[in-house]
Design a protein around this ligand. Structure first.
Ligand SMILES: [Zn+2]
Ligand SMILES: [Zn+2]
Length: 153
């Protein structure tokens, strides 16, 4: 599953701009890594991104992909969406959004909610420092996993 080219292209333009602002060099490798991530709705892990990028840059190594993902997330150019099977999952969507996470297959999908937008960071969180953002993760069983279960019965 992937986003339409228009969405991917505007994300790529915003990414280039953000790189310049943060002083991160926009290399061909980084652009392709970002493109792979920004095209996918699945919040892929480094291994999945590597397999996509390798089609365009056959000489790229897994290590290079991983190091660049790490660098981009350190600079706040991409986000870490969580982990599944001990692997980090990445996210190109830097706009405010929340995640639905399937506890069975690890599916992560974005959603926006006006209801959640109105929630303010609770006072309890301030005890640990200054909150920057509030992200809500809904855990559940996705429709695909749910229907598998039904079939087995
Ligand atoms: Zn699932
Ligand atoms: Zn996301």
């Amino acid at each position: 599953m992937s986003f339409p080219a228009s969405v991917v292209n505007s994300r790529i333009e915003a990414f280039k701009q953000a790189c310049v602002e943060r002083g991160v060099k926009v290399t061909h490798q980084r652009l392709e890594i970002y493109r792979a991530l920004a095209s996918s709705v699945t919040h892929p892990d480094a291994e999945t991104i590597y397999r996509i990028v390798r089609k365009r840059i056959p000489t790229i190594s897994h290590d290079t992909v991983y190091r660049n993902l790490k660098l981009l997330s350190d600079y706040g150019l991409i986000a870490v969406a969580g982990t599944s099977n001990e692997r980090l999952r990445f996210d190109a969507n830097m706009e405010r959004h929340h995640h639905f996470v399937c506890v069975q297959c690890g599916l992560i999908r974005d959603f926006c909610s006006e209801q959640l937008e109105s929630i303010h960071c609770p006072q309890e969180a301030h005890a640990f420092g200054e909150p920057v953002s509030l992200h809500i993760e809904v855990k559940g069983v996705c429709t695909k996993c749910g229907s598998h279960k039904k079939k087995k019965k």
